[in-house]
Write a protein that binds this ligand. Structure first.
Ligand code: AMP
Length: 411
């Protein structure tokens, strides 16, 4: 890597999509853009279909968003299309300024506790984890292979969604099932959204003017997928997602916590197949299963119109959230802050107000005026007198991946 190589391309490869951001991590802001400056962002969707779509915004040149539609056959073609868009802005992947490519990898199992430079052995291990992340790791692997083919000389770094949670104590990570069976099949709670929980818990400490080691934070990552975590002194001690991202909070389309016997019942009594149950719990449950909508804006609009199904869905969502806030307060013993993040957490003031309503005895309260403020900045929403701070802390998983990637390759 040359001294001028300060750019990191962050790739988040899904089964039919690739999200990307090119960031400059220049550590010397006197000689160029500030560390973390976004040069270009974009998304390729519906890969493999006739109606694939690429949306690219060249932030470095201040240019407008460019959108192209037309068939993009696979991830290889998608990444080539992205490379062409970047080249058109003078930001091509062949640039000597590119230091590394950082990949979001969903499942790192127990082995990967930190960002890791990808070699054949690392790739083989990510592949070995496919049985515990069948929806995500294969797409991540495809993204890595494609990027390697494009720039074989460049360091490729895997940043794992599970890594932040590997500090969970054994008693929080293990399910109370037969140990031999669990170990034989690597069944345990891994947790996900770790990059977001790491970033947001650190930013929350910053907002409180403290070092992460000094504070205990409950992070509520409420997006279409949703998870909570208990972070003690910068280390994750519990999180709501488990072996897969299905456990825990009520999500856009996932049920979250459920009696596992429901699945036997669906198979034995309702005659559903394994796959039917999988689709039901992952894609047709949560808010969408309860009321037909998974967008919190739409749910709030329906509630305002007196829609009882939407209201019940909202109440179930909030009830689950409150249970986790209570549980993690008990786990942490002392809580300094509750931080809301991701699409719902950052934007839905009624969710934040409802989740903390009635928790005054636990030191939690919401100031209605502060909660109504709309801003992209980390901010407090609790009154000054509250014993526990409540905060909105926008997440930035791409920046976190870029920071971790650059730190690793420039060390
Ligand atoms: P994410 O997965 O973090 O992108 O979050 C996506 C979800 O955030 C959407 O499904 C919506 O439910 C929610 N969301 C986004 N914007 C708003 C908003 N302005 N108000 C309420 N909810 C929102």
């Amino acid at each position: 890597m040359t001294a001028t190589a300060t750019r990191v391309l962050v790739l988040n490869s899904g089964s039919s999509s690739v999200k990307y951001q090119l960031l400059d991590m220049n550590p010397d802001s006197r000689g160029g853009p500030a560390a973390g400056t976004r040069l270009a962002v974009g998304l390729v969707e519906r890969i493999g279909e006739e109606t694939s779509r690429l949306a690219h915004t060249p932030l470095a040149t201040g240019g407008d968003k460019r959108e192209t539609e037309g068939p993009i056959a696979d991830h290889g073609a998608a990444l080539k299309a992205v490379a062409a868009e970047l080249s058109a802005d003078g930001l091509g992947l062949d640039s000597p300024q590119l230091a590394a490519i950082g990949h979001r990898v969903v499942h790192g199992g127990l082995k990967f506790t930190a960002p890791t430079v990808i070699d054949d052995a690392v790739l083989a291990e990510i592949e070995r984890l496919v049985p515990v992340a069948p929806l995500h790791n294969p797409a991540n692997i495809t993204g890595i292979r494609t990027a390697q083919a494009l720039r074989p000389d460049l360091p490729q770094v895997a940043v794992f969604d599970t890594a932040f949670h590997t500090t969970m104590p054994e008693y929080a990570a293990r399910y109370a099932i037969d140990v031999a069976t669990a170990d034989a099949h690597r069944i345990r709670r891994y947790g996900f959204h770790g990059t977001s929980h790491a970033y947001v818990s650190r930013k929350t400490a910053e907002l409180l003017g403290k070092d992460p080691s000094e504070v205990n934070v409950i992070v509520l990552h409420l997006g279409n997928g949703a998870s909570a975590s208990a972070v003690a002194g910068g280390r994750c001690v519990d999180t709501s997602m488990g072996l897969t991202p299905l456990e825990g909070l009520v999500m856009g389309t996932r049920s979250g916590d459920i009696d596992p016997a429901v699945t036997f019942h669906l198979k034995r009594v309702a005659g559903m197949s394994e796959d039917d149950v999988d689709v039901l719990l992952n894609k047709k449950s949560g808010l969408v299963g309860l009321c037909g909508d998974n967008d919190m804006r739409e749910i709030r609009r329906r509630i305002d119109e007196g829609d009882e199904r939407a209201e019940l869905a909202f109440d179930i969502y909030i009830h689950r959230l409150k249970k986790y806030i209570g549980a993690y307060t008990a786990v942490l013993g002392r809580v300094d802050a509750v931080a809301f993040t991701a699409g719902v957490g950052e934007n839905a003031a009624p969710v934040r107000a409802a989740a903390l309503a009635g928790l005054e005895e636990m030191g939690l309260a919401v100031d209605a005026d502060l909660n109504a403020v709309r801003s992209g900045e980390p901010r407090l929403i609790s009154p000054e007198c509250a014993r526990v701070a409540a905060a909105v802390v926008p997440t930035d998983e791409e920046l976190e991946i870029a920071q971790q990637t650059y730190a690793l390759v420039s060390a």
